[in-house]
Design a protein around this ligand. Structure first.
Ligand SMILES: [Zn+2]
Length: 337
């Protein structure tokens, strides 16, 4: 049988097209099929679902514009969750799994540090891939356990990751990052958190202030609550005056920044912990300054008060950051209007 050359050409083209389709169908579709990778996938799905649920505790927390990529570290490789294109290029990440709203890439570990649980963003160098594009780093529960032995289950690990998602949410607000590019804290957070252990007067002042916040949280009427809050405002003003005189203005500015950032992050972490059953209201370390960095606890209590009073907390990260107690003053003024 002889074909006309033009028919022959079209037939060959069709055959080539069919062959190409067949090869594409046979190409290994990216997937995470091994037992260990399925576990990674399930954990990431659980974290994503929890982030979504937390919109009930913090309106808009799950909005797409506040979602940030995450690097999940195992002892041998990293998984990049919903990375940006520039992040993929920077780390040489390869697609491993894709489903609606979730893309996971495999990549080499960028470092050999034993533990990660932090949020990164670059404020100044506009040529860097993470310029004003926050991303989280977290170690797997197995690696986390080696550093934080209390983390014996995935449920104990998840609130820590959600704490970092809260920082990702904060850094996704352009006005906040623009402001931070000019005024970065001077003291490292961990060093600063020890301040109240070194100075007896300071420790006493922090405890008294925090007690006033806890009394306000426990108050049964709004008049009683206002009375405790006015005590808090005057105690805080008094301490800040002495703090500026003894430690300098930079110390005060850094405290205000850390309380502003960590207050919300602990709030989200606590709400995540309550939901997965690893934290309870009886965990005093959440709100007691004696059990952890004092500004985590005071910040958490201030944020809880804002929530109780019905203040629109999405306003916290819009515009130039202010000390948390000023938002509380706004909330009280709005209530009496
Ligand atoms: Zn934090």
């Amino acid at each position: 049988m002889n074909f006309h050359p033009s028919i022959m050409k079209r037939l060959i083209q069709t055959l080539l097209l069919l062959l190409a389709c067949h090869l594409a169908a046979c190409a290994p579709h990216p997937q995470m099929d091994s037992e260990s990778e399925r576990q990674v996938l399930e954990r990431i799905r659980a974290i994503r679902a929890l982030r979504h649920d937390l919109a009930a505790a913090w309106p808009g927390f799950n909005a797409p514009q506040y979602d940030v990529p995450m690097l999940y570290y195992t002892d041998s490789i990293c998984y990049a969750v919903n990375p940006t294109k520039s992040m993929c290029r920077h780390f040489g990440a390869q697609l491993a799994h894709e489903e609606k709203g979730l893309a996971i890439y495999r990549m080499e570990r960028p470092d050999t540090l034993p533990f990660h649980m932090e949020t990164h963003t670059e404020f100044r160098d506009s040529t860097y891939f993470a310029y004003r594009q926050p991303y989280l780093c977290c170690s797997s529960p197995e690696l986390t356990r080696l550093v934080v032995p209390d983390v014996t289950t995935d449920s104990a690990w998840m609130p820590m990751v959600l704490h970092e998602y809260a920082h990702g949410y904060q850094y996704s607000h352009p006005e906040l990052t623009a402001c931070l590019a000019h005024t970065m804290p001077t003291y490292p957070e961990a060093e600063f958190a020890r301040l109240h252990l070194e100075y007896e007067w300071f420790n006493h002042a922090i405890r008294t202030e925090n007690q006033a916040l806890l009394d306000a949280l426990a108050a049964e009427t709004s008049d009683e609550q206002a009375k405790h809050l006015h005590r808090f405002f005057s105690l805080r003003a008094e301490r800040k005056t002495r703090m500026t005189a003894e430690f300098g203005h930079a110390a005060l500015r850094d405290e205000e920044f850390y309380e502003y950032m960590e207050g919300m992050a602990r709030y989200i972490e606590a709400e995540a912990g309550f939901r997965v059953g690893s934290y309870t209201e009886r965990d005093t370390w959440l709100y007691d300054t004696d059990h952890s960095g004092y500004f985590f606890a005071t910040g958490y209590n201030l944020v809880r008060l804002l929530e109780r009073i019905g203040f629109d907390r999405t306003k916290l990260y819009e515009g130039t950051p202010r000390p948390l107690e000023q938002y509380l003053r706004d909330a009280l003024a709005q209530r009496t209007e």
